[in-house]
Design a protein around this ligand. Sequence first.
Ligand code: GZL
Length: 319
Amino acid sequence: MKNACVLLAMLAIVLAGCSRDEGKQAGQVTVGFSQVGAESEWRTANTASVKSALVAPGFDLKFSDAQQKQENQIKALRSFIAQRVDVIAFSPVVESGWEPVLREAKAAGIPVVLTDRAVKVSDASLYASLIGSDFIEEGRKAGRWLLQDSTGKPGPIRVVELQGTVGSAPAIDRMKGFHEVIDTDPRFKLVRSQSGDFTRAKGKEVMEAFLKAEGGHIDVLFAHNDDMAIGAIQAIEEAGLTPGKDIRIVSIDGVRGAFEAMKAGKLNATIECNPLFGAQLAQLIRDVHAGKPVPKRIVVEEGVFTQDQAAAALPGRKY
Ligand code: GZL
């Protein structure tokens, strides 16, 4: 009996080894991908797009979910380096703190592609390319929508802001773009601004605190993503106010939940941030691996959607 167990264990080890060997066919590109987490509808759609493109012939994908923690991403990148993957790709949860591990990847001769979010480094050669949205422009689009929607309205127009993850490129840049536009009009007064970490739960919690502090004196909510806006909508309703009317709401991402909220009249506008760049990323990784010259910055195209367009657009939305 004992011999049989030993034999079975040995067989399992050999099979596991075989499956690992089979996992990497000749000509395949082994990619280590570190994703921020699963904090929002946008992130879920982005992960699905990346996996649909990289769990495919020609690639051997090693995927890691960092649960929105930078230390988990750094651990994952070091593991990819130790496994000697061909290319590393990752969406950096925050902008700073990456220089050491990126230097280790460079020293190991492993090219790095940034997806979705940017990093702040002193040496731009530490990554080959960044594919993702222009967050400053997304913030400007939100500001322009608010200016246009406030035509003829007297001031003061009291604005609260739900920021994304502290230190992340989208939070920093969306805030910058939004204020670049609304700060030109003295009617707008920013009365509260705090991070909801891009999640529905935290967005609701922070909006509850805003409502408690400001009472009914909030006219507009600018949320850095739809998930926080949807959480805030719950808080606004629980406070006995009507979202979309008592408090106008503009947010960013363009996820299905936002279109449903607009269709229900609870959200006024969403600025699209397209997560579906998996196929473009796969081609970028192929080109980087082949040593071909690639653009340092690839900007994903996206639009703006308002309440009146929601019902017609909803059936065709891909995320
Ligand atoms: C934007 C992306 C942001 C989304 C959020 O490209 O980094 O992170 O706006 C997500 O929904 O959490």
